[in-house]
Structure formats: C-alpha cells, structure tokens
Write a protein that binds this ligand. Sequence first.
Ligand SMILES: Nc1ncnc2c1ncn2[C@@H]1O[C@H](COP(=O)(O)OP(=O)(O)O)[C@@H](O)[C@H]1O
Ligand SMILES: O=P(O)(O)OC[C@H]1O[C@H](OP(=O)(O)OP(=O)(O)O)[C@H](O)[C@@H]1O
Length: 190
Amino acid sequence: MAGRLIYLIGPSGSGKDSLLDAARPRLVERGCRLVRRVITRSAEAVGEAAQGVSPGQFAAMDAQGAFALSWQANGLSYGIPREIDDWLAAGDDVLVNGSRAHLAQTRERYPRLLVLLLTVDQAVLRQRLIARGRESQEDIEERLARNARFTAELIAGNGAGLFVLDNSGPLEHTVARLLCCLDHGHSVCA
Ligand SMILES: Nc1ncnc2c1ncn2[C@@H]1O[C@H](COP(=O)(O)OP(=O)(O)O)[C@@H](O)[C@H]1O
Ligand SMILES: O=P(O)(O)OC[C@H]1O[C@H](OP(=O)(O)OP(=O)(O)O)[C@H](O)[C@@H]1O
C-alpha cells in the first residue's frame, strides 16, 4: 500500500524545524522519510533540512520536473524533491515541512494527506519572535494577527484530516505527541 504524506504546517517561529530535527532519529527508526527541501536562500543559512540554491537554479530544476510540490513565500521559492513520490509508492511515509497557503494545492495532489498543524500560545509565540530579533515590534504584531486568522480558518475548514499539535510547552512533549499521533492516531494522544 502507498505510504502517507504527512504535511507539517504552522506559523513562522512555531517550531517546525526544531520539531523535525528533534524527532528525526525516531522518525527514521519508524521508517518515516524526511525530505530535504530546496530553498532559494544561501547555503550558509540552511542546514541539514534544506539545500540552498540560486533563483536561476531553482527555476531550472522546476522546469526539469525536479519537484513534487513547490511554492513561493516570504520572497523565497521552496521545492519538495520529486523523489518523495517514489518513497510513497514504495509504501514509506514521508514528512514534509509545508506551507499553510499551499495546503489546498497539496491536498489536490495528495488526497490522503495527513495534516499536522503546529500551534503555539500567542504570548509564547510573541516571546519567541521577540527573542529571535528578526522583525520589528509592529511586524511581529501583524504576523501574530495573521497567524491567529490562519489557524482559526484552517481548523474550521479542515476538521477531519487536520491534527493540531501544540508546541507551547517543552519540545520533547511535542516530539512525544507527534510520534504518538503517527503510531496510534490523534484521538489517543491528546
Ligand atoms: N518547544 C519549544 N520550547 C522553546 N523554544 C522552542 C520550542 N520549539 C521551538 N523553539 C524555539 O523557537 C524558535 C523558532 O523555532 P523554529 O524551529 O525555527 O520554527 P519554524 O521552523 O516553525 O519557523 C527557535 O529559536 C527555537 O529554538
Ligand atoms: O504559507 P506559510 O504557512 O506561511 O509558510 C510559508 C513558508 O514559510 C515556512 O518556511 P521557513 O521555514 O523558511 O520560514 P520560517 O523559518 O519563517 O518559518 C514554511 O515552511 C513555508 O515554506
């Protein structure tokens, strides 16, 4: 049977990269594949989770059909290598760091998609964004308001296929809930 595509989404700063890094060995142990995204930012700024390319390289890869999924956000282009389709066809689960804005298109291509929405308490997210020091206070408040709208819409419109994972507490708790969701289904892991 074909594997499941697991699509992790959530606001900037909610902890998607941290969660994937922390869970990586235990996901691999379970036979769940993690794919390295291709992103148009400099190689120094990306780690194990992504390959940095120039916009020209990205366009050439896209034209050659290198991506199963791709989207633009934050002034950058993101691609999910098409090898995920081989892994899924072979029966492996695949977890990708996705985009909320691209969810509808992703679901069209992968109707059996399992969506994991990472959430964080607004006050905690505000503190994490302030600590990261990347945006102005005004920008942070705008992001928080956009996130709250996005989250409410996603939960309202996608109830059945969408699992909410809260990352307001210690990362290790979130890792444990993620693994529980994958092993046993969301209802027993509240
Ligand atoms: N559960 C957690 N507790 C405390 N800090 C966290 C937790 N999860 C993530 N962080 C921190 O929050 C910041 C944003 O996390 P990151 O993984 O980069 O988020 P994203 O990939 O969703 O933008 C990082 O500084 C990270 O260390
Ligand atoms: O449609 P959205 O849900 O807003 O997501 C847009 C993009 O932002 C995130 O990437 P990235 O990890 O580069 O950004 P971040 O570090 O700011 O979260 C996410 O993984 C998407 O690729």
